[in-house]
Design a protein around this ligand. Structure first.
Ligand code: ASP
Ligand code: MG
Length: 437
């Protein structure tokens, strides 16, 4: 059995919902995880914000416009079948009655959590009816009956595993299983969620506990590309990536899953495949614990980087120098991303320069400080195990005509990073693509 997760835009309209139903039908007996229709969770957040502020008309306005959207979706999906349409309207109507009931009492945190849960409850209620009307026996696996977190906020894997197995047994006649992403119960049994974007996490957790054959994350893009298609021509989807390579790329906002989301899949050795609903026949990107060795997979860039160099004669053969430097950044709650050291100096990068002036001021007690703004980190990600020869030289050869501020390699087996100035970014990305692929 596989776990198939469809995001908000994939179920964002009646047409898209039908298309997902087609894909789900073709895939066979699997567990389908749905997000809320796109925009819904944002609206639910907005409703809660109005309620917290006691602005009841504000909340009502958002509720009403959300209702109009759902009404139209139901009409388009079920309008030709009076009984089915009425049944769907009643199900969605119950959700809106609940939302409206919150307009007459002060909002609590528990109330907010219940409001936020309604998006996924509605998208699955709609999909259940679409699939049933096509003749399927849909086994509903209510997330609020099995997905639970521990006091530390982590998923309670044992509880989830035994509960979902029980639910699957109870629904053993079903030919498709359907559940909500994102929503869960906390350790007090209250309705809660796995934080924004949490549906991917749901899919990964379920895949891990049922030992799924594969976890499929369906979106509207063609998996991960080997370079940024906005700046480089002829980029191609990456066929497969190691979980560690995917984690390296996540920092760069590459269209990839957050490492925390796929951790359960990684730990239980379940392959994760990124697929495109608009191009379902494409094989997408497979993320797994093994991946083709000895190849460079992808290049990614991150803008708005500031480099800070601290140079000091006192650093030579002294201990504790780096500690003081790092502590300065910690005091200003600023994380360091890339670094390079020499015997008499250290350069680091930050992507949040809101505390830059204060950081520089503090660092001046340790040495001479130089700042370079408007820099870009370019990461070259792949199987860069240090015994492999030649990759470092290829990367540097590609950048022969480009001034490089920092080079960092050896932090992991999967990444070489270089820091260049923003003006050279596109040139550097293109040169790397043509030398490496
Ligand atoms: N609907 C939730 C959100 O918008 C969860 C998700 O889409 O993954 O954050
Ligand atoms: Mg999402």
């Amino acid at each position: 059995m596989k776990v198939l997760k469809f995001g908000g835009t994939s179920v964002g309209s009646a047409k898209r919902i039908c298309h997902v139903a087609d894909l789900v039908e073709a895939a066979g007996r699997n567990i389908v995880v749905l997000s809320a229709m796109s925009g819904t969770t944002n609206s639910l957040v907005e409703i809660s914000e109005y309620l917290y502020k006691g602005n009841i008309p504000g909340a009502q306005e958002v509720i009403n416009s959300l209702y109009v959207k759902y009404e139209a979706t139901l009409r388009e999906l079920f309008g030709s079948d009076e009984i089915l349409h009425e049944d769907a309207r009643r199900a969605i109507g119950r959700v809106f009655s609940l939302l409206r009931s919150y307009c007459s009492e002060p909002l609590t945190e528990a109330g907010e959590k219940e409001i936020l849960a309604q998006g996924e409850l509605m998208s699955t209620a709609i999909m259940e009816r679409v699939l049933t009307s096509r003749g399927h026996n849909v086994g509903m696996l209510p997330a609020l009956e099995f997905m639970r977190t521990l006091p530390n906020g982590e998923p309670d894997m044992q509880h989830i595993s035994s509960r979902i197995r029980r639910l699957l047994e109870l629904e053993s006649d079903a030919d498709i299983f359907l559940t909500q992403g994102y929503i869960c119960r906390n350790d007090h049994g209250g309705i809660d969620n796995l934080r924004r974007g949490g549906s991917d996490y749901t899919a990964s957790i379920i895949g891990a506990v049922i030992d799924a054959e594969e976890i499929q994350i369906w979106t509207d893009i063609d998996g991960m590309h080997n370079n940024d298609p906005r700046f480089v021509e002829g980029t191609k989807p990456v066929g497969s990536l190691h979980f560690e390579e995917a984690a390296e790329l996540a920092y760069f906002g590459a269209k990839i899953l957050h490492p925390a989301c796929v951790l359960p899949a990684k730990l239980h050795n379940i392959p994760v495949r990124l697929l495109n609903t608009l191009k379902p026949e494409a094989s997408g990107t497979l993320i797994y614990n093994t991946a083709p060795d000895g190849t460079i997979k992808a290049i990614a860039a991150k803008d708005n980087i500031t480099a800070i160099k601290i140079k000091s004669g006192r650093m030579l053969m002294a201990y504790g120098f780096l500690h003081k430097v790092f502590e300065t950044f910690e005091n200003h709650r600023t994380s360091i991303d890339m670094m390079a050291t020499s015997e008499v100096g250290v350069s680091v990068t930050i992507d949040n320069d809101s505390r830059l002036a204060a950081i520089v001021d503090d660092l001046k007690q340790f040495g001479t400080v130089t700042v370079d703004k408007d820099m870009v980190i370019i990461a070259i990600v792949g199987d860069l195990e240090w015994h492999n020869c030649g990759f470092e030289s290829k990367v540097l050869a590609a950048l022969a005509d480009i001034p490089v501020r920092i080079i960092s390699y050896g932090g992991s087996n999967y990444n070489i990073s270089v820091l260049v100035s923003a003006a050279d970014k596109v040139r550097a990305l293109a040169a790397l693509s043509s030398h490496l692929f």
